[in-house]
Design a protein around this ligand. Sequence first.
Ligand code: DMJ
Length: 490
Amino acid sequence: MSRLQRSLILFLLAFLFICGILFYPSLTEQWRVTVKAVDRVEVVQEAFRHAWKGYKAFAWGHDELKPISKTHGEWFGLGLTLIDALDTMWILGLKDEFAEARKWVETELSFSKNVDVNLFESTIRILGGLLSTYHLTGDTLFLDKAKDIGFRLMPAFKTPSKIPYSDVNIGKGTAHPPRWTTDSTVAEVTSIQLEFRELSRLTQDPQYQNAVEEVTRQVHRLEGKRDGLVPMFINTNSGKFTRRGAFTLGARADSYYEYLLKQWLQGGKKETELLEDYLQAIEGVKKNLLRQTSPSKLTFVGELSNGHLNPKMDHLVCFLPGTLALGAHNGLPADHMDLALQLMETCHQMYAQMETGLSPEIAHFNLQSNNGRDIDVKPADRHNLLRPETIESLFYMYRFTKDSKYRDWGWDILQSFNKYTRVPSGGYTSISNVRDPVYPSPRDKMESFFLGETLKYLFLLFSDDNELISLDKYVFNTEAHPLPIWPSTS
Ligand code: DMJ
């Protein structure tokens, strides 16, 4: 080799070395970011497959998987998990799994059964799931099934007040309240509207829309609200609120607020009474229920009981940051977004401060300046049911802000689910103690909303495709089933 050749080779090597130093960090960063984004989506798909593996092996066609005892639990006997998961499989691109589930719906699913179902739960999970799967796939099998269950649920509205009963026998066509009361839950009777209104639009049969809008009309003008906040119970005979004086954004009232905003969006922002009720309620939250913890000033939504503020918040309330952000995205006051940002931080802390990284069902907040911890958990509230609300809100917050911290928070939750709730033989289980990372006490139950909602929102949170269920074209029902925003001619 000549001296010239040697010099050329040395020069080339030096050049490559300098290029490496200059560009390596940004190349690796780019590569890392791309791989990270892809990986997270794939980890969700893998989690779904793992959950499905358990459901398929031990609970196929039944309502819920009991992954530890390797058997199933029955609630309505209608394949609840399978139906709740249909559109998730479609959105996650799990074609084989979707095809086998579709086959079951076609050949096995029958609503002609002498069985009592809860009106609200079967509307949001079954009717909602079938309608959204119909919209995503265009497959009329799902529309036919939706019509069938929708029609069978209608006897619930035959009450003296037209406020529906909680339970319907879908085989006999009879309905009744729970054995111990003639009250229905306010959230339940006011969170079936998106689904029944959509069923009327698709079938051109107004009976469904008329029935649920009668409920909305009555609740709109009822006495007993406090600054737009509603009590938790309503009587099916009198049509009036009962057990007044207690107000929460958690269990029994939560999705009333969610559906005010979402019906307004579904109908193309024309139904001003819905918007007015929603805006008034958010003002009511600010005036009556908002507090900040000590020492970290976390904002939370407490509960009011006969004028007394109880500083506790259900995990269920963590739907609220997402709903507030959705409203702000649609032109509602900017301070709704400010509140969403603060509440999102609190919901994140409800996970981050627990030893397992998983939120308890209910958090108690500290208001005393001399006490050290912001969040306390009572022994009876330490369970985690694999609920979706925080991840749901993270999804909205990421879509609207593009702040990657929301993805990172969701990623941490997914990793905790994988660490503490994953059952090796297939499936995930709810746990009884989020404060014990050594033995979180598995409860042996995978709720259908883990597949219907939690994993779906995780996937959408990590997906870079903003058009995948665009929030300008769809509203999610309270079980994460996307329904179309009506075209302006509807
Ligand atoms: C789901 O059935 C729905 O999200 C409902 O609105 C509240 N409870 C569960 C999930 O936590």
